[in-house]
Ligand binder design. Structure first.
Ligand code: CIR
Length: 254
């Protein structure tokens, strides 16, 4: 899983402001949300990915945070079972798109799992136990991963949304982490780039084939990431942020 060739995204629906949020940043402006989303899609294309754009899914205001609906490896697409009941119906609409590319496996009740809790870094998987992903869901995913030769580790997320709200790969052994993950055993083998607490949102930076896509407006983080010597692209995600979303959430990459 070193190079991504494809991504699947979904257009934000007109009801996007009705999605789940704790941000307290106000309602997203729909036309700005759409234009920020299209910049994201164009950026992935510019980086060489073939991007499939799915239509808005009516009745599912969070469905453009499509990362949460599945976990894809070169061998299999594991259909998630979102922890938020309002998002559970989103998975039916992702299955046909993924079935064109991979055999499917499914997380079954009582397991819950959001793709935002699943991080692939340093050749292995880390699965966040969070408000959205429970132990049963993590174990089910882990068993499927093990059957394909992967190892995985469960990580307590504590307060906050998903593991990838706090920890993301910057390629190789480099991780962006928020202060809560600065020390501790689980990520000890990684070079952890610890973000200032004011910059926590930028921990959700997206590595695409050696380029970092980071949210606009975090100069301290940009400076730290620049030391890695990778190209950096900044994207404005102000409207997704109002709905607790960031860069990784907006696509499934494989
Ligand atoms: C939610 O609360 O489910 C959405 N409003 C945001 C999901 C963000 N997804 C992600 O971080 N992978």
């Amino acid at each position: 899983m070193t190079e991504f060739k494809r991504a699947i995204v979904r257009i934000p629906g007109p009801d996007a402001a009705a999605g789940l949020t704790t941000a307290g940043l106000g309602r997203p402006d729909h036309s700005l949300l759409l234009s920020q989303h299209s910049v994201y899609v164009e950026t992935l294309r510019r980086l060489g990915l073939e991007v499939e754009v799915l239509p808005a899914a009516s009745g599912f205001p969070d469905s453009y945070f499509i990362e949460d609906t599945a976990v894809v490896t070169p061998e299999v697409a594991m259909i998630a079972r979102p922890g938020a009941p309002s998002r559970r119906g989103e998975t039916a609409a992702i299955e046909p798109a993924l079935a064109k590319h991979r055999p499917l496996a499914r997380i079954e009740p009582p397991g819950t799992l959001d793709g935002g809790d699943v991080l692939f870094a340093g050749g292995r998987f880390f699965v966040g136990l969070s408000e959205r992903t429970n132990e049963d869901g993590a174990r089910q995913l882990g068993r499927i991963l093990e059957s394909h030769g992967y190892s995985w580790t469960a990580v307590q997320v504590g307060r906050g949304l998903h593991l990838k709200s706090f920890v993301n790969t910057l390629g190789g052994r480099n991780l962006a982490v928020t202060a809560g993950f600065e020390s501790g055993e689980i990520f000890r083998e990684f070079n952890r780039i610890v973000l200032d607490p004011r910059d926590g949102y930028a921990a959700n930076t997206l590595w695409i084939n050696g380029t970092l896509i980071m949210p606009k407006g975090f100069p301290r983080v940009h400076e730290k990431f620049a030391d890695l010597g990778l190209p950096i692209i900044e994207i404005d995600t102000s409207e997704m942020r109002k709905m607790d979303g960031g860069l990784t959430c907006l696509s499934l990459r494989f």
